[in-house]
Write a protein that binds this ligand. Structure first.
Ligand code: SF4
Length: 198
């Protein structure tokens, strides 16, 4: 992500990590442990780039008929200082009726919508609303490995939940409090495991 994180600012990445394990955010944001990019994620990025090109050659774009899509907006750096949130969104669709739809691509072994994926989508919806001044009520999760698209509703409550998440994370960072550890199953895949006594 470009630019430095302002004091009290929370990123979409923080929210995703928080829903994986709050303690992980403590290590990344309070202790300053660098976030490493795992090979699987890097590979996922490559696939994502190819997929974006292929999508544009098809008759539909992320599940929407091509004739309904006005614009595919790519690589959006989004920041909403009033709510203290920022994030980078790879793709957003602007439909001909003006609707804006955040698209998040996942490269995973199974098509399973995890809670942190939903939270990420809601956070992007909120950031898009702030940028364009227009309500965002749907989002897409695209599973690139399986080439499956899920169009999901985003409610007012979902976006309010993101505001509460931002406050929780901000408060945790300010207090420098260590959150409790999560299940050992998650620890096995955790990039900050070596710093965490669990
Ligand atoms: S090792 Fe486990 S408890 Fe520690 S931050 Fe990672 S997921 Fe959380």
């Amino acid at each position: 992500m470009k630019g430095s994180i302002l004091d009290g600012e929370v990123t979409v990445f923080d929210i995703v990590q928080y829903y994986y394990c709050p303690r992980k955010v403590y290590f990344l944001r309070v202790m300053g442990v660098p976030a490493s990019i795992r090979r699987k994620m890097e590979y996922g990025e490559e696939v994502h780039e190819k997929e974006k090109r292929r999508m544009l050659e098809r008759k539909s774009i992320y599940g929407f008929p091509i004739e309904e899509v006005e614009e595919v907006i790519q690589d959006l750096q989004l920041e909403a200082r009033e709510i203290g949130l920022r994030g980078k969104l790879d793709v957003a669709l602007r439909l001909k009726n003006g609707e804006l739809i955040p698209v998040d691509t996942k490269y995973t072994d199974e098509v399973l919508i995890q809670r942190q994926y939903l939270k990420q989508l809601y956070a992007y919806a909120l950031l898009l609303e702030q940028r364009y001044g227009r309500k965002v009520t749907r989002g897409v999760i695209y599973f690139s490995k399986q080439m499956e698209t899920r169009v999901l509703e985003v409610s007012y409550e979902d976006k309010q939940g993101v505001l509460r998440d931002i406050e929780r994370i901000r408060s945790m960072i300010a207090r420098e409090a260590t959150p409790p550890a999560v299940s050992h199953e998650k620890c096995g895949y955790c990039e900050v495991k070596k710093y965490c006594i669990g």
